[in-house]
Design a protein around this ligand. Structure first.
Ligand code: UDP
Length: 244
């Protein structure tokens, strides 16, 4: 069973040192408690933001599981000689979770992305994971939380997928956890865009080589500025290593 109390520090963000299977076992054990605990999957961009955004840092700290998303975090751990078992991209973890939930007839609510995307994702997810029950969808562009919380609570999903992008999704999960009647929640960034087929993921070979970021940059060159944070992250890690 996963060691919950100790986290591996990468520039102030504590990650759980867990394999994908251990994380899955842990999350499936939390689901029946129905306490709306939440999982976050920080990448280097989120770690860099959390250094100056204390509300994001505390939302991450208060989560039940912090999974390393992105090859950059794994390099960071290596440079700092800290051990992280494996990279766990939010979308891969979500797919694995869906697979297991489908076998047990569990339910999911898809929350986030532009209007229409969650519904398209629901169609694809239903055919990819027969047995999984999709109990509701809502887009991620709203001004009032209350009607969305009511809608989610009526559906009482085992899993709430929160895809609002960072830091919105982490802050939303933290501040609304005590109002929600859900098994668990996971902040999964742009996953609904991928499940809906709106955004294409890198081919498996690229992913295995840790080049998903390059594929994304080629497909969405407007992300170039955002991606400059990756070298900044590595420089900050190296400085942190030098300073001991
Ligand atoms: N999004 C949202 N509400 C907002 C801002 C963003 O639902 O107020 C969605 C956006 O439509 C996209 C996702 O959040 O589906 C963020 O995607 P991005 O690829 O930026 O996330 P990443 O996986 O890089 O964190």
């Amino acid at each position: 069973m996963i060691e919950m109390n100790s986290r591996v520090d990468i520039l102030g963000v504590g990650f759980n040192n867990t394999s994908m299977d251990e994380a899955l076992e842990y999350i499936l054990s939390l689901m029946p408690e129905h306490k709306a605990k939440y999982i976050v999957t920080p990448n280097p961009e989120i770690v860099m933001r959390a250094r100056s955004d204390h509300s994001l840092a505390s939302a991450i700290e208060n989560s039940s599981l912090v999974l390393p998303d992105g090859v950059g975090i794994m390099y960071g751990a290596k440079i700092l000689s800290r051990s992280l078992k494996e990279r766990i991209p939010g979308i891969d973890f979500t797919s694995l979770l869906f697979e297991h939930m489908a076998r047990n007839g569990k339910s999911v609510f898809l929350f986030g992305a532009k209007p229409g995307i969650a519904e398209k994702a629901a169609d694809n997810i239903s055919s990819q994971f027969p047995g999984l029950i999709i109990v509701g969808t809502n887009d991620g562009y709203f001004s009032d939380d209350k009607p969305i919380i009511d809608k989610i609570n009526e559906a009482k999903p085992d899993l709430l997928l929160v895809c609002l992008g960072f830091p919105k999704q982490e802050l939303w999960m933290q501040s609304n956890a005590d109002k929600l009647d859900v098994g668990i929640m996971i902040g999964a960034g742009g996953s609904l865009d991928v499940f809906s087929g709106t955004v294409e993921r890198a081919p498996l070979g690229w992913r295995k080589l840790g080049l998903e970021w390059l594929h994304r940059l080629i497909k969405e060159p407007r992300r170039f500025k955002r991606m400059l944070v990756l070298p900044k992250f590595l420089v900050a890690v190296i400085i942190s290593r030098i300073r001991g």
